[in-house]
Design a binder for this molecule. Structure first.
Ligand code: SAH
Length: 344
């Protein structure tokens, strides 16, 4: 067994094997697994004998803890989590009429360095383990006394750059004896790594795939997203079609509106061609300006005009209701502020 595991990394079966390995009965695994799923700290799992708790503390790192919450005027909250090694990550908690959704991080930092995004500014610090992804949800449930029903993997990090851990997390979080969150209620957002998209399709996780497109020509996309040096838009949309064919799930394209870059009439037209022949939806995002980045967003009215243009072309499209912008809602902004000790 992995001696560097975080509490929450294991399945119920793994914990059963662990309990046997420390001379305990396998039924203790169920108590532990349920305690973890409820976000209870190991010290407080009073149904486990003290000696067992002490042993577990020695064998596993603690899951993430929410150290700050920043409530927004719009009802959402930004959470700052601290990991066992002192690293900080963030998440956004969004209550809706249909349930509660939580935006979680998959890495500390990010390797992708997209021009508009704060997460990649300092590069990648490390991958999160499955238990650290799960722990973001259990900590949120515990703190708010509500139950997260929907998850979006849209916080810091590129989920498909941490493929194995993310797929394992998806298995754990949908486990009936654990949090039991429906695959239908999970969205994974990627900058578009074609091989990984195909592998995800084949792995039958069945989650909704969101792809950060942000441009309709390779030239503009390369300006915004370094990953576009490696893969063309065509390679990305071919993989998206494959994902749709394999899973039957509609593809969502994320498109952050940047004035003078990607809002031309021809962009609307090209979007129509890129989304033709399979179920696809375009989600327009208003730029959340990041300190030190000189990209220009657009007004609500301009966004609505572009949306109308897409709809006139017969494209299924919406303008994302942005939440938490008054509390550093965009990926990586909060962690950066904390690292820079900026006033908040
Ligand atoms: N790495 C993944 C998921 C994280 S980002 C991805 O690239 O999809 C989630 C979405 O927010 C992406 O579409 C990303 O491009 C977008 N985003 C990041 N920073 C933003 C900002 N400052 N304003 C608007 N959208 C942003």
């Amino acid at each position: 067994m992995n001696s560097n595991a975080v509490l929450g990394d294991y399945s119920l079966e793994d914990y059963a094997a662990y309990m046997l390995s420390i001379g305990e009965s396998a039924y203790r695994a169920k108590q532990l697994f349920q305690g973890i799923s409820q976000g209870i700290a190991i010290e407080e799992m009073s149904n486990l004998p003290k000696a067992v708790r002490a042993q577990i503390k020695e064998d596993f790192f603690a899951p993430p803890v929410i150290v700050e919450t920043y409530p927004s005027k719009d009802g959402s909250s930004k959470f700052l989590y601290r990991l066992h090694d002192g690293n900080l990550i963030e998440g956004v908690y969004m209550p809706h009429v249909y349930g509660v959704s939580l935006c979680i991080s998959t890495q500390v930092g990010c390797r992708m360095r997209c021009a508009f995004c704060a997460s990649g500014i300092d590069g990648l610090a490390r991958n999160l383990t499955p238990g650290e992804m799960l722990g973001q949800i259990t900590a949120a449930n515990k703190l708010t006394a509500a139950t997260v029903t929907n998850i979006v993997l849209m916080g810091s990090g590129e989920p498909l750059d941490n493929f194995e851990n993310v797929v394992r997390f998806l298995t754990l979080v949908t486990d009936e004896s654990g949090l039991n969150i429906s695959r239908r209620n999970i969205s994974l957002s990627t900058c578009g790594l074609p091989e990984c998209i195909r592998e995800l399709a084949d792995s039958n996780t069945g989650v909704t795939l969101s792809i950060s497109l942000h441009a309709t020509t390779d030239e503009i996309r390369r300006e915004l997203m370094p990953i576009a040096q490696k893969y063309t838009i065509r390679q990305v949309t071919d993989a998206a079609r494959y994902y749709f064919e394999k899973t039957g799930r509609r593809i969502v394209y994320e498109y952050t509106l940047l004035k003078g870059k990607n809002m031309h009439y021809l962009d609307a037209k090209r979007l129509r061609d890129l989304t033709k022949g399979y179920a696809a939806h375009v989600n327009l995002i208003m730029l959340n300006p990041v300190a030190g980045k000189d990209l220009r967003g657009c007004t609500k009215q301009e966004a609505e005009q572009f949306l109308k243009r897409l709809q006139d072309f017969g494209i299924s499209a919406t303008l994302r209701k942005s939440m938490g912008s008054d509390v550093a809602g965009a990926c990586g902004q909060l962690r950066r502020k904390m690292l820079q000790n900026e006033d908040f």
